[in-house]
Design a protein around this ligand. Structure first.
Ligand code: ZN
Length: 405
Protein backbone atom coordinates (compact mmCIF):
# COMPACT_ATOMS: atom_id res chain seq x y z
CA UNK A 1 0.00 0.00 0.00
CA UNK A 2 1.41 3.35 -1.06
CA UNK A 3 1.65 6.05 1.58
CA UNK A 4 1.76 3.57 4.46
CA UNK A 5 5.01 3.58 6.41
CA UNK A 6 6.83 0.32 5.67
CA UNK A 7 5.81 -2.45 7.97
CA UNK A 8 2.71 -0.71 9.37
CA UNK A 9 0.40 -3.46 8.15
CA UNK A 10 2.71 -6.15 9.43
CA UNK A 11 2.74 -4.43 12.82
CA UNK A 12 -1.04 -4.24 12.93
CA UNK A 13 -1.28 -7.88 11.96
CA UNK A 14 1.21 -8.82 14.67
CA UNK A 15 -0.71 -6.83 17.27
CA UNK A 16 -4.01 -8.48 16.26
CA UNK A 17 -2.42 -11.93 16.51
CA UNK A 18 -1.23 -11.03 20.01
CA UNK A 19 -4.75 -9.94 20.94
CA UNK A 20 -6.21 -13.27 19.80
CA UNK A 21 -3.54 -15.26 21.66
CA UNK A 22 -4.04 -13.18 24.84
CA UNK A 23 -7.81 -13.61 24.60
CA UNK A 24 -7.48 -17.39 24.40
CA UNK A 25 -5.05 -17.39 27.28
CA UNK A 26 -7.70 -15.62 29.39
CA UNK A 27 -10.73 -17.51 28.02
CA UNK A 28 -9.31 -21.02 27.85
CA UNK A 29 -11.64 -22.69 25.37
CA UNK A 30 -13.77 -20.29 23.31
CA UNK A 31 -15.68 -19.88 20.07
CA UNK A 32 -14.48 -17.46 17.37
CA UNK A 33 -17.33 -14.98 18.09
CA UNK A 34 -16.36 -14.99 21.78
CA UNK A 35 -12.77 -14.16 20.82
CA UNK A 36 -14.09 -11.34 18.61
CA UNK A 37 -16.12 -9.92 21.51
CA UNK A 38 -13.20 -10.23 23.90
CA UNK A 39 -10.68 -8.54 21.60
CA UNK A 40 -12.96 -6.01 19.92
CA UNK A 41 -11.74 -7.29 16.50
CA UNK A 42 -14.20 -8.10 13.73
CA UNK A 43 -15.33 -11.70 13.29
CA UNK A 44 -13.72 -11.92 9.85
CA UNK A 45 -10.37 -10.64 11.16
CA UNK A 46 -10.53 -13.19 13.98
CA UNK A 47 -11.37 -16.01 11.54
CA UNK A 48 -8.41 -15.12 9.30
CA UNK A 49 -5.97 -14.90 12.22
CA UNK A 50 -7.27 -18.12 13.78
CA UNK A 51 -6.82 -19.98 10.50
CA UNK A 52 -3.18 -18.84 10.35
CA UNK A 53 -2.54 -19.76 13.97
CA UNK A 54 -4.10 -23.20 13.49
CA UNK A 55 -1.80 -23.75 10.47
CA UNK A 56 1.16 -22.76 12.61
CA UNK A 57 0.14 -25.15 15.37
CA UNK A 58 -0.35 -22.44 18.02
CA UNK A 59 -4.13 -22.97 18.21
CA UNK A 60 -6.06 -26.24 18.17
CA UNK A 61 -9.73 -27.14 17.67
CA UNK A 62 -11.64 -28.43 20.66
CA UNK A 63 -14.62 -30.76 20.69
CA UNK A 64 -17.75 -29.03 21.92
CA UNK A 65 -19.39 -31.51 24.25
CA UNK A 66 -20.71 -28.99 26.75
CA UNK A 67 -22.51 -26.18 25.13
CA UNK A 68 -25.25 -25.95 22.60
CA UNK A 69 -27.18 -22.74 22.23
CA UNK A 70 -30.86 -23.36 22.90
CA UNK A 71 -32.82 -23.79 19.71
CA UNK A 72 -29.83 -23.65 17.39
CA UNK A 73 -28.76 -26.79 15.64
CA UNK A 74 -24.99 -26.83 15.48
CA UNK A 75 -22.91 -26.01 18.58
CA UNK A 76 -20.25 -23.36 17.85
CA UNK A 77 -16.79 -24.66 16.91
CA UNK A 78 -14.37 -24.17 19.76
CA UNK A 79 -10.70 -23.32 19.75
CA UNK A 80 -7.98 -23.16 22.40
CA UNK A 81 -4.28 -22.48 22.66
CA UNK A 82 -2.24 -25.56 21.91
CA UNK A 83 -1.99 -27.22 25.35
CA UNK A 84 1.62 -28.16 24.69
CA UNK A 85 2.42 -24.43 24.41
CA UNK A 86 2.93 -24.04 28.15
CA UNK A 87 1.90 -24.82 31.69
CA UNK A 88 0.79 -22.71 34.63
CA UNK A 89 1.46 -23.69 38.23
CA UNK A 90 -0.94 -22.71 41.03
CA UNK A 91 -0.43 -23.18 44.75
CA UNK A 92 -2.62 -22.26 47.69
CA UNK A 93 -1.44 -22.27 51.30
CA UNK A 94 -4.17 -22.60 53.92
CA UNK A 95 -4.36 -23.00 57.65
CA UNK A 96 -3.47 -26.70 57.55
CA UNK A 97 -3.11 -27.54 53.89
CA UNK A 98 -1.21 -26.85 50.74
CA UNK A 99 -2.87 -27.38 47.34
CA UNK A 100 -0.98 -27.47 44.08
CA UNK A 101 -2.23 -27.70 40.49
CA UNK A 102 -0.83 -27.65 36.99
CA UNK A 103 -2.97 -26.36 34.13
CA UNK A 104 -2.19 -26.12 30.45
CA UNK A 105 -2.87 -23.03 28.35
CA UNK A 106 -6.34 -24.29 27.41
CA UNK A 107 -7.17 -24.09 31.16
CA UNK A 108 -7.33 -27.82 31.59
CA UNK A 109 -6.02 -29.04 34.91
CA UNK A 110 -3.55 -31.82 34.29
CA UNK A 111 -2.51 -32.49 37.89
CA UNK A 112 -3.76 -31.49 41.29
CA UNK A 113 -2.85 -32.51 44.81
CA UNK A 114 -3.53 -31.52 48.39
CA UNK A 115 -1.02 -31.92 51.19
CA UNK A 116 -1.87 -31.74 54.91
CA UNK A 117 0.42 -29.43 56.89
CA UNK A 118 0.93 -29.33 60.64
CA UNK A 119 -1.21 -26.86 62.60
CA UNK A 120 1.64 -24.50 63.45
CA UNK A 121 3.71 -24.83 60.28
CA UNK A 122 6.27 -22.21 59.33
CA UNK A 123 6.21 -20.48 55.93
CA UNK A 124 9.72 -21.64 55.04
CA UNK A 125 9.03 -25.37 55.51
CA UNK A 126 5.73 -25.10 53.62
CA UNK A 127 7.39 -23.33 50.69
CA UNK A 128 10.19 -25.90 50.51
CA UNK A 129 7.56 -28.70 50.53
CA UNK A 130 5.59 -26.91 47.81
CA UNK A 131 8.65 -26.46 45.60
CA UNK A 132 9.52 -30.18 45.87
CA UNK A 133 5.93 -31.18 45.02
CA UNK A 134 5.89 -28.88 42.01
CA UNK A 135 9.12 -30.39 40.71
CA UNK A 136 7.62 -33.87 41.11
CA UNK A 137 4.33 -32.97 39.42
CA UNK A 138 6.20 -31.42 36.48
CA UNK A 139 8.28 -34.56 36.12
CA UNK A 140 5.18 -36.78 36.29
CA UNK A 141 3.45 -34.61 33.68
CA UNK A 142 6.59 -34.87 31.52
CA UNK A 143 6.73 -31.08 31.39
CA UNK A 144 10.02 -29.34 30.92
CA UNK A 145 10.51 -26.36 33.26
CA UNK A 146 11.12 -24.11 30.27
CA UNK A 147 7.43 -24.57 29.38
CA UNK A 148 6.15 -23.17 32.68
CA UNK A 149 4.68 -19.72 31.97
CA UNK A 150 4.44 -18.77 35.63
CA UNK A 151 3.64 -19.75 39.19
CA UNK A 152 0.67 -18.25 41.06
CA UNK A 153 0.78 -18.45 44.83
CA UNK A 154 -2.05 -17.82 47.33
CA UNK A 155 -1.05 -16.74 50.86
CA UNK A 156 -3.39 -16.39 53.86
CA UNK A 157 -2.54 -12.76 54.58
CA UNK A 158 -2.11 -9.34 53.00
CA UNK A 159 0.94 -8.98 50.75
CA UNK A 160 2.46 -5.55 51.14
CA UNK A 161 4.12 -3.66 48.32
CA UNK A 162 7.48 -4.60 49.82
CA UNK A 163 6.60 -8.24 49.06
CA UNK A 164 6.38 -9.12 52.77
CA UNK A 165 3.33 -10.76 54.36
CA UNK A 166 1.60 -8.27 56.69
CA UNK A 167 1.19 -8.65 60.43
CA UNK A 168 -2.57 -9.21 60.20
CA UNK A 169 -2.00 -12.56 58.45
CA UNK A 170 -4.22 -15.24 59.97
CA UNK A 171 -1.26 -17.59 60.38
CA UNK A 172 1.63 -16.35 62.53
CA UNK A 173 4.05 -18.58 60.58
CA UNK A 174 3.64 -16.33 57.51
CA UNK A 175 4.10 -12.91 59.12
CA UNK A 176 7.20 -11.21 57.71
CA UNK A 177 7.85 -13.91 55.09
CA UNK A 178 8.85 -12.86 51.55
CA UNK A 179 6.97 -15.52 49.51
CA UNK A 180 7.56 -14.12 46.02
CA UNK A 181 11.30 -13.77 46.52
CA UNK A 182 11.71 -17.12 48.27
CA UNK A 183 9.60 -19.18 45.87
CA UNK A 184 11.31 -17.64 42.80
CA UNK A 185 14.59 -18.65 44.36
CA UNK A 186 13.42 -22.20 45.12
CA UNK A 187 11.84 -22.89 41.72
CA UNK A 188 13.82 -20.51 39.51
CA UNK A 189 10.56 -19.63 37.79
CA UNK A 190 8.52 -16.39 37.62
CA UNK A 191 6.23 -16.23 40.67
CA UNK A 192 3.20 -14.01 41.39
CA UNK A 193 1.82 -13.88 44.92
CA UNK A 194 -1.71 -12.95 45.94
CA UNK A 195 -3.76 -12.86 49.10
CA UNK A 196 -6.07 -15.90 49.37
CA UNK A 197 -9.29 -13.86 49.33
CA UNK A 198 -8.09 -11.89 46.28
CA UNK A 199 -7.35 -15.09 44.40
CA UNK A 200 -10.73 -16.56 45.42
CA UNK A 201 -12.27 -13.41 43.95
CA UNK A 202 -10.38 -13.83 40.69
CA UNK A 203 -11.42 -17.49 40.36
CA UNK A 204 -15.11 -16.90 41.14
CA UNK A 205 -15.06 -13.97 38.71
CA UNK A 206 -13.42 -15.99 35.93
CA UNK A 207 -14.99 -19.42 36.39
CA UNK A 208 -17.52 -19.36 39.22
CA UNK A 209 -20.46 -17.42 40.65
CA UNK A 210 -19.01 -14.04 39.64
CA UNK A 211 -19.05 -14.76 35.89
CA UNK A 212 -20.35 -11.96 33.74
CA UNK A 213 -20.43 -9.30 36.49
CA UNK A 214 -18.36 -6.12 36.19
CA UNK A 215 -17.64 -5.46 39.87
CA UNK A 216 -17.35 -8.61 41.96
CA UNK A 217 -16.51 -8.92 45.66
CA UNK A 218 -15.58 -12.33 47.05
CA UNK A 219 -16.20 -12.72 50.76
CA UNK A 220 -14.08 -15.38 52.38
CA UNK A 221 -15.67 -16.46 55.65
CA UNK A 222 -13.41 -18.87 57.50
CA UNK A 223 -11.08 -18.69 60.50
CA UNK A 224 -10.48 -15.15 59.33
CA UNK A 225 -12.80 -12.93 57.31
CA UNK A 226 -11.40 -11.32 54.19
CA UNK A 227 -12.57 -10.10 50.83
CA UNK A 228 -11.21 -9.70 47.33
CA UNK A 229 -12.40 -7.05 44.90
CA UNK A 230 -12.34 -7.52 41.11
CA UNK A 231 -13.18 -4.56 38.93
CA UNK A 232 -13.52 -5.24 35.20
CA UNK A 233 -11.30 -8.29 35.43
CA UNK A 234 -8.57 -6.65 37.50
CA UNK A 235 -7.88 -7.22 41.18
CA UNK A 236 -8.06 -4.12 43.32
CA UNK A 237 -5.32 -4.38 45.98
CA UNK A 238 -5.13 -0.79 47.20
CA UNK A 239 -1.89 1.17 47.40
CA UNK A 240 -0.20 -1.12 49.92
CA UNK A 241 -1.99 -4.44 49.34
CA UNK A 242 -4.41 -4.14 52.27
CA UNK A 243 -7.65 -3.53 50.34
CA UNK A 244 -10.49 -5.87 51.24
CA UNK A 245 -9.61 -6.46 54.92
CA UNK A 246 -13.29 -6.39 55.79
CA UNK A 247 -12.79 -8.66 58.84
CA UNK A 248 -11.27 -5.72 60.68
CA UNK A 249 -14.28 -3.45 60.34
CA UNK A 250 -15.20 -2.22 63.83
CA UNK A 251 -18.56 -3.64 64.88
CA UNK A 252 -18.35 -3.13 68.66
CA UNK A 253 -16.12 -0.33 69.99
CA UNK A 254 -15.81 -2.01 73.35
CA UNK A 255 -15.72 -5.57 72.10
CA UNK A 256 -12.98 -8.18 72.43
CA UNK A 257 -9.40 -7.44 71.47
CA UNK A 258 -8.65 -8.55 67.89
CA UNK A 259 -5.41 -10.06 66.59
CA UNK A 260 -4.90 -6.79 64.62
CA UNK A 261 -4.67 -4.84 67.87
CA UNK A 262 -8.05 -3.13 67.67
CA UNK A 263 -11.25 -3.91 69.54
CA UNK A 264 -14.52 -5.43 68.42
CA UNK A 265 -13.53 -6.19 64.79
CA UNK A 266 -16.01 -8.24 62.73
CA UNK A 267 -13.70 -11.26 63.03
CA UNK A 268 -13.97 -11.27 66.85
CA UNK A 269 -17.74 -11.72 66.44
CA UNK A 270 -18.21 -13.70 63.24
CA UNK A 271 -14.93 -15.52 62.45
CA UNK A 272 -15.14 -19.32 62.64
CA UNK A 273 -13.40 -19.58 66.06
CA UNK A 274 -15.64 -16.82 67.52
CA UNK A 275 -18.81 -18.65 66.43
CA UNK A 276 -17.51 -21.97 67.77
CA UNK A 277 -16.45 -20.41 71.07
CA UNK A 278 -19.86 -18.85 71.61
CA UNK A 279 -21.64 -22.19 71.15
CA UNK A 280 -19.00 -24.17 73.07
CA UNK A 281 -19.44 -21.87 76.06
CA UNK A 282 -23.19 -22.32 76.16
CA UNK A 283 -23.04 -26.10 75.66
CA UNK A 284 -20.03 -26.71 77.91
CA UNK A 285 -18.58 -28.84 75.11
CA UNK A 286 -15.72 -27.97 72.75
CA UNK A 287 -16.99 -27.54 69.18
CA UNK A 288 -15.17 -26.62 65.96
CA UNK A 289 -16.77 -24.21 63.45
CA UNK A 290 -17.61 -27.17 61.16
CA UNK A 291 -19.44 -28.90 64.06
CA UNK A 292 -21.56 -25.78 64.58
CA UNK A 293 -22.54 -25.71 60.90
CA UNK A 294 -23.35 -29.43 60.88
CA UNK A 295 -25.52 -29.20 63.99
CA UNK A 296 -27.25 -26.07 62.68
CA UNK A 297 -28.13 -27.91 59.47
CA UNK A 298 -29.51 -30.74 61.62
CA UNK A 299 -31.76 -28.21 63.37
CA UNK A 300 -29.96 -27.30 66.62
CA UNK A 301 -31.52 -23.99 67.73
CA UNK A 302 -28.42 -22.60 69.50
CA UNK A 303 -26.13 -23.32 66.54
CA UNK A 304 -28.67 -21.74 64.17
CA UNK A 305 -28.84 -18.65 66.32
CA UNK A 306 -25.02 -18.36 66.47
CA UNK A 307 -24.78 -18.52 62.66
CA UNK A 308 -27.67 -16.07 62.20
CA UNK A 309 -26.02 -13.57 64.58
CA UNK A 310 -22.71 -13.95 62.72
CA UNK A 311 -24.59 -13.34 59.43
CA UNK A 312 -26.14 -10.17 60.82
CA UNK A 313 -22.76 -8.84 62.00
CA UNK A 314 -21.18 -9.63 58.62
CA UNK A 315 -24.12 -7.83 57.00
CA UNK A 316 -23.19 -4.60 58.82
CA UNK A 317 -19.71 -4.62 57.27
CA UNK A 318 -21.09 -5.73 53.88
CA UNK A 319 -23.60 -2.85 53.92
CA UNK A 320 -20.70 -0.41 54.34
CA UNK A 321 -18.85 -2.17 51.55
CA UNK A 322 -21.90 -1.84 49.28
CA UNK A 323 -22.11 1.89 50.00
CA UNK A 324 -18.42 2.40 49.21
CA UNK A 325 -17.80 0.03 46.29
CA UNK A 326 -21.31 -0.49 44.85
CA UNK A 327 -20.61 -4.06 43.71
CA UNK A 328 -22.80 -5.91 41.23
CA UNK A 329 -22.29 -9.28 42.87
CA UNK A 330 -20.95 -10.52 46.20
CA UNK A 331 -19.86 -14.15 46.18
CA UNK A 332 -19.73 -15.81 49.59
CA UNK A 333 -17.15 -18.57 50.07
CA UNK A 334 -14.89 -20.02 52.75
CA UNK A 335 -15.60 -22.83 55.23
CA UNK A 336 -18.09 -20.77 57.28
CA UNK A 337 -19.76 -19.65 54.04
CA UNK A 338 -20.75 -23.33 53.59
CA UNK A 339 -23.52 -22.71 56.18
CA UNK A 340 -25.59 -21.46 53.22
CA UNK A 341 -28.99 -19.85 53.83
CA UNK A 342 -28.68 -20.18 57.63
CA UNK A 343 -26.01 -17.49 57.43
CA UNK A 344 -26.80 -15.81 54.11
CA UNK A 345 -30.45 -14.92 54.79
CA UNK A 346 -29.70 -12.92 57.99
CA UNK A 347 -26.67 -11.42 56.21
CA UNK A 348 -28.81 -10.19 53.30
CA UNK A 349 -31.50 -8.87 55.62
CA UNK A 350 -28.86 -6.94 57.54
CA UNK A 351 -27.51 -5.46 54.28
CA UNK A 352 -30.95 -4.40 53.07
CA UNK A 353 -31.64 -2.68 56.41
CA UNK A 354 -28.38 -0.75 56.43
CA UNK A 355 -27.04 -0.08 52.94
CA UNK A 356 -28.19 2.89 50.87
CA UNK A 357 -31.31 1.47 49.14
CA UNK A 358 -29.88 1.85 45.63
CA UNK A 359 -26.63 0.10 46.62
CA UNK A 360 -28.61 -2.73 48.26
CA UNK A 361 -30.79 -3.06 45.15
CA UNK A 362 -27.80 -3.20 42.82
CA UNK A 363 -26.10 -6.06 44.59
CA UNK A 364 -26.77 -9.75 44.27
CA UNK A 365 -25.38 -11.87 47.14
CA UNK A 366 -24.77 -15.47 46.11
CA UNK A 367 -22.93 -18.55 47.42
CA UNK A 368 -19.61 -19.39 45.75
CA UNK A 369 -19.47 -22.16 43.15
CA UNK A 370 -15.88 -23.28 43.49
CA UNK A 371 -15.83 -24.30 47.16
CA UNK A 372 -12.50 -24.96 48.77
CA UNK A 373 -10.74 -24.99 45.38
CA UNK A 374 -11.49 -21.28 44.78
CA UNK A 375 -8.11 -20.04 46.01
CA UNK A 376 -6.12 -22.68 44.13
CA UNK A 377 -7.99 -21.98 40.88
CA UNK A 378 -7.43 -18.27 41.52
CA UNK A 379 -3.69 -18.87 41.72
CA UNK A 380 -3.90 -20.44 38.24
CA UNK A 381 -6.10 -17.60 36.95
CA UNK A 382 -3.52 -15.15 38.29
CA UNK A 383 -0.99 -16.64 35.87
CA UNK A 384 -3.29 -17.51 32.95
CA UNK A 385 -5.18 -14.23 32.82
CA UNK A 386 -2.18 -11.86 32.67
CA UNK A 387 -2.85 -8.55 31.03
CA UNK A 388 -6.46 -9.46 30.52
CA UNK A 389 -8.78 -6.61 31.36
CA UNK A 390 -11.89 -7.76 29.54
CA UNK A 391 -14.52 -9.81 31.38
CA UNK A 392 -14.49 -13.41 30.27
CA UNK A 393 -17.90 -14.58 31.41
CA UNK A 394 -17.79 -18.25 30.59
CA UNK A 395 -16.71 -21.49 32.18
CA UNK A 396 -13.43 -23.07 31.17
CA UNK A 397 -12.81 -26.75 30.72
CA UNK A 398 -11.84 -27.57 34.25
CA UNK A 399 -11.33 -31.27 34.54
CA UNK A 400 -9.42 -32.67 37.42
CA UNK A 401 -7.02 -35.48 37.70
CA UNK A 402 -6.73 -36.01 41.42
CA UNK A 403 -3.43 -37.22 42.63
CA UNK A 404 -3.41 -38.24 46.26
CA UNK A 405 -0.25 -37.39 48.16
ZN1 ZN B 1 -9.08 -6.67 63.81
Amino acid sequence: MRGEPPGALALLRESNRDKVLQALRALGVASRPEVARHTGLSRSTVSTIVAELVDEGLIVSRANGRRQAAGSGRPPALIALNPSGGMAVGMDFGKRHLSIALADLSHEIVAEERVVLSADYQAEEAMVTAAKRVERLLTEAATDRSRVVGVGMGIPGPIHESGLVGSSAILPGWVGAAPQQRMSQLLELPVKVGNDASLGALAEYAWGAGRGAGVVVYLKLATGIGSGIVIDGLLFDGVGGTAGEIGHTTIDDEGDLCRCGNRGCLETLAGGPAIAQLVSRSLGEKLEPDDVIRRAVEGDAGCRRALADAGRHIGVAVANLCNLVNPERIVVGGSVGQAGALLLDPLMESVSLRAIPSAAEDVEIVPGELGERAELLGALAFVLRVASTVPAGRTPALQTTDINP
